[in-house]
Design a protein around this ligand. Structure first.
Ligand code: HEM
Ligand code: NAG
Length: 314
């Protein structure tokens, strides 16, 4: 930041700076910043948005898939892009092959396309971890949900954590297990309920649903997570829970588990009753999730190819 003498700075600018510092301090414990690429890659956001817009023409599920990638990245040794690394055995064992990801996590080729477009515009500047954070926000927005300023400045890790990936929340986890897995990252019941609201869009393979393909479909057949407004990012998901119609057991337990009555269920009711309440909490929780142990400063690297650490070539 440039050093300026106080006489050259308007009171308004000082106030603005103070407000920005205050809000950054409230939202984040790290040094991430919404202006991180303003000088080095000013079009970063527009480029991410353009690639996702293009991709979803042929694949309308892409916004949902990209939101999930940011979650599966951040919950495994922090938001460091570790999820994106491919196998380079024995050095790198990919997180993509654990049960929560294999034949399930998708959208990786869109991340590659975003990375290529960014490397063309500003080589070596935008991290893969930040791509996932930006892509999640753009995806929520394009699906009709809230918008927010994404905090940026994450760097990419050079390792994976397969054990961590195996510990990702499972649709068969009971409520206390889900709460524990969120609390491990400083995410509370409100965060758990708000973030699961991402299941307002996207699809699920029938073997993960409470009905478990009982209509006789083969495993892998896709159903909507929100069967009321499947492609719209809204609060209908919580209405589905109230009607006992959540697709995943891990969704429904937030209302129906015995312990939910004094923990998560009141929050489900609140969000079902107010989309505004859901949206503002979802944004706050996404910012918290996006701030899980980021690598900053000189830690990590800016990968050239999101699938490979730089030293391993590509
Ligand atoms: C509480 C723990 C969670 C569990 C147990 C869980 C589980 C699942 C499962 C089983 C699927 C379907 C996967 C498949 O059929 O291949 C899914 C999809 C999805 N999840 Fe979650 N999830 C959780 C939290 C979250 C969070 C925190 C987010 C994002 C903020 C999220 C976003 C999504 C999205 C958008 C999809 C649809 C993806 C697509 O259509 O490609 N989930 N989740
Ligand atoms: C779903 O049904 C299949 C076939 O009946 C069964 O093998 C499997 O254990 C069931 N899954 C769950 C989670 O109950």
């Amino acid at each position: 930041m440039a050093v300026v003498s106080s006489t050259s700075v308007s009171p308004g600018l000082l106030l603005l700076a103070a407000l920005l510092l205050a809000s950054a301090g409230a939202a984040s414990s790290s040094t991430l910043s919404s202006t991180f690429y303003d000088a080095s890659c000013p079009r970063a956001y527009d480029i991410v948005r353009r690639v996702i817009q293009d991709a979803r023409v042929s694949d309308p599920r892409i916004p949902a898939s990209l939101i999930r990638l940011h979650f599966h990245d951040c919950f495994v040794q922090g938001c460091d892009g570790s999820l994106l690394l491919d196998d380079v055995l024995p050095a790198i064992q990919s997180e993509k092959n654990v049960p929560a990801n294999k034949n399930s996590a998708r959208g990786f080729s869109v991340v590659d396309d975003i990375k290529s477009a960014l490397e063309n515009a500003c080589p070596g500047i935008v991290s893969c971890a930040d791509i996932l954070a930006l892509a999640a926000e753009v995806s929520v927005e394009l699906a009709g949900g809230p918008r927010w300023s994404v905090l940026l400045g994450r760097r990419d890790g050079t390792t994976t954590n397969v054990q961590g990936a195996k510990n990702l929340p499972s649709p068969f986890d009971p409520l206390d297990k889900l709460q524990e897995k969120f609390r491990n990252f400083n995410l509370d019941d409100t965060d758990l309920v708000a973030l699961q609201g991402a299941h307002t869009i996207g699809k699920v393979q029938c073997q993960f649903t409470r009905e478990n393909c009982t209509a006789g479909q083969p495993q892998g057949v896709l159903e909507y997570l929100d069967q009321v407004t499947p492609n719209l990012f809204d609060n209908k998901y919580y209405g589905n829970l109230l009607g006992g119609r959540a697709q995943l057991a891990s969704d429904q337990v937030m209302l129906s588990a015995p312990a939910a009555a004094v923990t998560t269920a009141p929050i489900v009711h609140r969000f079902a009753g107010s989309q505004q309440d859901f949206f503002s909490n979802f944004v706050a929780s996404m910012i918290k999730m996006g701030d899980i142990s980021p690598l900053t400063g000189r830690d990590g690297e800016i990968r050239k190819n999101c699938r490979r650490v730089n030293s391993k070539g590509y």
